[in-house]
Design a protein around this ligand. Structure first.
Ligand SMILES: [Zn+2]
Length: 263
């Protein structure tokens, strides 16, 4: 009988240790795809913030391709095909309204390893900067649409890009206020330091590629702005060539997931 009691106690303590270990593991475990984890306040710590802030001035030859304003039927699938073919991972700054229209495209991009970041819901500055509630809703509703599209509850993209960029002069003071809100919400914002001007005036493919070559001259790390919309120019026409050119210049491609990894 004594032996039985001892065994029972013994089994109970082993059982408790296992439960405790599972609890500790689940508590501290961070999946590789950080953006898939449940939103945590102040997840963006100072070290991650610094990494993003230093990107533009880094001498390292790393290229971060970023595509804004999508997803769209006319451009996103083609871009995903090219990126897959070239084995390049990029970042998509999506619009909430477009995610709602084409959730399948966001799902594909996400599943193929691209970072899905936030560009606001409507791309309409008068709505975005109407007041702080409106700004917060634009960001949160976009993440909500992304979450629905990819099947992740409470998805938080953590990275926001201001329509027209933080650096542009329009809505300067509003953007300053919004950047404080973003920080309180646990987000950072990212502009770019290289572009092919695909959303400016219509040009031929040669000029589009040349724009990129000129824009990346004498720079280290590149955050490249492109659009997956084809509204003005079709970036898909020169994407493969752009990647090959940058690789021939010694660049390696990465997306924003890597900045969340501890090194
Ligand atoms: Zn935009």
């Amino acid at each position: 009988m004594k032996i039985f009691i001892f065994n029972k106690k013994y089994i109970l303590s082993i059982f408790s240790i296992i439960i405790l270990s599972i609890f500790i593991f689940l508590h501290f475990y961070k999946p590789f795809s950080i953006a898939t984890s449940v939103s945590e306040e102040n997840f963006i710590n100072n070290s991650i913030k610094e990494k993003f802030e230093q990107l533009e001035n880094s001498k390292e030859k790393v290229a971060y391709l970023t595509f804004d304003d999508g997803p769209t039927i006319k451009a996103t699938p083609k871009i995903l095909d090219i990126l897959k073919d070239k084995n390049v991972k990029a970042t998509f700054f999506v619009l909430g309204k477009n995610v709602k229209s084409h959730p399948e495209l966001v799902k594909r991009a996400y599943e193929e390893g691209h970072y899905i970041a936030n560009h606001g819901y409507n791309h309409n500055n008068s709505v975005l900067y109407k007041n702080s509630t409106s700004f917060i809703s634009e960001v949160k509703n976009t993440d909500m649409e992304i979450g629905k599209a990819i099947g992740v509850d409470n998805y938080c993209s953590y990275i926001f890009r201001f329509p027209n960029g933080y650096m542009s002069s329009a809505y300067k003071s509003k953007k300053k206020e919004a950047s404080t809100l973003l920080s309180q919400m646990g987000y950072i914002y990212v502009d770019w330091n290289c572009l092919n001007n695909d959303s400016e005036k219509k040009v031929n493919s040669y000029t589009l590629l040349n724009n990129l070559k000129n824009s990346c001259k004498n720079k280290g790390t590149l955050i490249i702005l492109m659009h997956d919309t084809n509204d003005v120019n079709d970036t898909t026409e020169i994407l493969a060539e752009s990647i090959s050119y940058l690789q021939s210049e010694g660049y390696i491609f990465d997306n924003f997931y890597s900045l969340f990894e501890e090194k």
